[in-house]
Design a protein around this ligand. Structure first.
Ligand SMILES: NC(=O)c1ccc[n+]([C@@H]2O[C@H](COP(=O)([O-])OP(=O)(O)OC[C@H]3O[C@@H](n4cnc5c(N)ncnc54)[C@H](OP(=O)(O)O)[C@@H]3O)[C@@H](O)[C@H]2O)c1
Length: 338
């Protein structure tokens, strides 16, 4: 385990200039994370630029091994390749690397953690802790209370993922395409598999040989690892929608024992980090827009399947906050309490 300074850790953020990195700095500030020094790091493109933290300007340095000397926590919010090279360097120097990329998530020696669900996995870490995919986090947050109440037999999920899930380049592509449509021009497609403005794209990331996408299999395997159930029957379709921030998911859950919609609502309400927003009589349900800027996962449209004992629900979470930065900061906070 890395030797973490318990009271006033030194924190480095790799990718401090990116979509997740910027939100992460804001969350460290909002939650008054007890850091004694901050090192924002990025590539040569951004070295020498500045980020603001608690009203002060911090110069961005280069993400390289020497930048981790004397650091206690390194948040990685850059690229998978960089995490692969540099997370072991951070751990070797006694820091805990908390990685937002997919590089370490399925490594059996690396805990994959959503603190409300499996904080105990942090015990005995080897200096690298992985943060799940932004879609997985909201999904397992909503599944776990149902699992505890009635067990899980099979889960069918369709996601509706915001463009910021693909970082700043994703946000920029949506803006550029929307502007092109307003000018009556044909949008240029670069980042996503098809035009994203005024469209829904049934592919996130790349297709695999089995017809699923890499994003879909991340959702499957990460969910199984976090819930500690290697055989959990999950099937999924991940789509990209022209929403800036906020991932949504439509979920059908078959439970081991029957669970009424009211009992599911109670189980979800009693779980930390979940807010039930569900009043069909008054047309109340959660949307991606409602969750933007919030750390909770919102759940609504909870109802029985018409033809079986299964339950439907709709779940939304801010992919940059609970789906990424907040979850990473919660991991560091949990480690500080050990
Ligand atoms: N967006 C989400 O919803 C989300 C959710 C969960 C996980 N993630 C993961 O979080 C990570 C960051 O994603 P993002 O959405 O914030 O991406 P982003 O907006 O594209 O930002 C990427 C950041 O990484 C830095 N970077 C890129 N290459 C680098 C290099 N070779 N050396 C040092 N720094 C480098 C960039 O710095 P420069 O300014 O120097 O280019 C920038 O700060 C990715 O691994 C992503 O998969 C994202």
């Amino acid at each position: 385990m890395g030797s973490v300074t318990p009271n006033r850790p030194v924190v480095a953020v790799v990718g401090a200039t990116g979509a997740v990195g910027e939100v992460l700095l804001g969350i460290l500030e909002e939650r008054n994370f007890p850091l004694s020094d901050l090192r924002p790091l990025a590539s040569e493109r951004s070295v020498g630029s500045a980020v603001l933290f608690k009203g002060e300007s911090y110069e961005v340095g280069l993400a390289e091994p020497g930048a981790f000397d004397g650091v206690d926590f390194v948040f990685f919010a850059a690229t998978g390749a960089l995490s692969k090279d540099l997370a072991p360097e951070a751990a070797r120097r006694g820091a805990v690397a908390i990685d937002k990329s997919s590089t370490w998530r399925m490594d059996p020696s690396v805990p994959l953690v959503v603190p409300e669900v499996n904080a105990e996995a942090l015990r005995g870490h080897n200096g690298i802790v992985a943060c799940p995919n932004c879609t997985t986090i909201g999904f397992v947050m909503a599944l776990e209370p149902i699992r505890r109440a009635a067990g899980l037999r099979r889960v069918v999920v369709t996601t509706f993922q915001a463009v910021s899930g693909a970082g700043r380049p994703g946000l920029d592509e949506l803006s550029r395409q929307q502007a092109a449509l307003r000018r009556g021009e044909k949008p240029v497609v670069e980042k996503f598999a098809a035009q994203i403005a005024a469209n829904v794209v049934p592919l996130c990331e790349d297709f695999l040989d089995n017809g699923y996408s890499s994003e879909e299999l991340k959702l499957l395997h990460e969910t199984r690892k976090i819930l500690g159930d290697a055989d959990l029957d999950v099937t999924m379709t991940c789509t990209r929608v022209p929403v800036p921030i906020g991932h949504s998911a439509s979920v059908l859950v078959e439970t081991e024992t029957p669970l009424s919609a009211d009992a599911a609502r109670d189980a979800l309400r009693g779980f930390p980090g979940i807010v039930v927003v569900d009043d069909p009589g008054n047309c109340v349900f959660p949307t991606a827009n409602d969750v933007r800027g919030r750390d909770e996962v919102l759940v609504g449209r909870i109802r029985k399947d018409l033809g079986s004992d299964a339950l439907w629900f709709w779940q939304v979470s801010d992919n940059l906050r609970k789906g990424a930065a907040t979850n990473a900061v919660q991991i560091a906070e949990t480690i500080l309490t050990y």
